[in-house]
Design a protein around this ligand. Structure first.
Ligand SMILES: Nc1ncnc2c1ncn2[C@@H]1O[C@H](COP(=O)(O)OP(=O)(O)OP(=O)(O)O)[C@@H](O)[C@H]1O
Length: 268
């Protein structure tokens, strides 16, 4: 500790707080990117997320599952700042971001693709991707980011095609590319493959895996389909009645009778 640094300056939830024994043993350093601490969201008298402690490491790909109404979208909306927390804290890169505006969180590296597609049908793929990029880059930098985002979306060759002419799956790919164009450290996806067929789901899974492996982007993905979850993620968090119900490898979660009861059984 330096002479000017007091104990209260040191954030107890800074990087490295959640290393497992195995990581410590192997020397793999996994730094905590996002952590929520006792996070609560109430709508009137109803508690949608209840005392949620949840963390994501740098470069991790984590899925969030749970029955309808479990609080999954609410948790993502708290992380982006769309919803204000009723209680608890959110730490990002070791800094308390609980009271930051959504745009300040974006500038710190948190990006979100929402459940409902929001591409502009009349605009081309390139023009859609340019929208988020032009807010913070111009000239050669802008051209580079737009080209990279189109490549990340898997839409090379479709640059001049109007978004309305793309399939639903390609529109979802475009949205992921637009969210990735902001060069986030953490990308939140709310049901990115809802309503897509098997081939379209595989195309989205491929986009997510590549962004995670090649760009090192960490993900939180809300998804109901456990086959899709297993194709992209190893670790899963199950929410139920607004609380963290289980966390662990997808194979364990899938075969957990209590999870089957609340999730696969459709009880909420
Ligand atoms: N803006 C809101 N106002 C009032 N209640 C809300 C609001 N947003 C969510 N809720 C309630 O909070 C609970 C959790 O909703 P949430 O959308 O987070 O669940 P979910 O797990 O994402 O569900 P689904 O899988 O159906 O999308 C639900 O009972 C929902 O009705």
């Amino acid at each position: 500790m330096s002479d000017t640094e007091t104990e209260s300056d040191i954030d107890p939830l800074g990087p490295n707080v959640r290393q497992t024994a195995a990581e410590l043993a192997t020397g793999d350093r996994t730094e905590t990117l996002l952590q929520t601490d006792g996070l609560v969201k109430q709508f009137g008298g109803f508690t949608a997320t209840d005392d949620v402690d949840f963390s994501v490491a740098e470069g991790e790909l984590r899925c969030l599952i749970g029955p309808n109404g479990a609080g999954k979208s609410t948790l993502l909306n708290l992380i982006t700042g769309t919803y204000e927390a009723s209680d608890g804290s959110i730490y990002y890169n070791g800094h308390d971001i609980t009271d930051l505006d959504p745009h300040e969180r974006v500038s710190r590296g948190i990006s979100m693709k929402f459940q409902v597609p929001s591409v502009y049908g009349d605009l081309s793929v390139r023009e859609n991707v340019r929208l988020p990029v032009q807010q913070f880059a111009d000239g050669e930098e802008r051209r580079r980011l737009v080209a990279e985002a189109i490549e990340a979306a898997g839409l090379t060759g479709y640059e001049d095609v109007a978004a309305s002419q793309l399939s639903h799956g390609q529109q979802q790919q475009l949205e992921i590319g637009m969210a990735a164009a902001l060069e986030p450290d953490l990308l939140l996806l709310d049901e990115p493959v809802a309503g897509l067929d098997v081939a379209e789901r595989e195309a989205i899974a491929e986009r997510i895996r590549r962004l995670n492996e090649e760009e090192g982007i960490a993900f939180i993905v809300i998804e109901h389909d456990t086959d899709f979850v297993a194709s992209i993620a190893e670790e899963v968090t199950v929410l139920h009645n607004g609380e963290v119900f289980r966390e662990g490898p997808i194979e364990e979660i899938e075969s957990d009778p209590e999870v089957q009861r609340i999730y696969l059984g459709g009880e909420s």
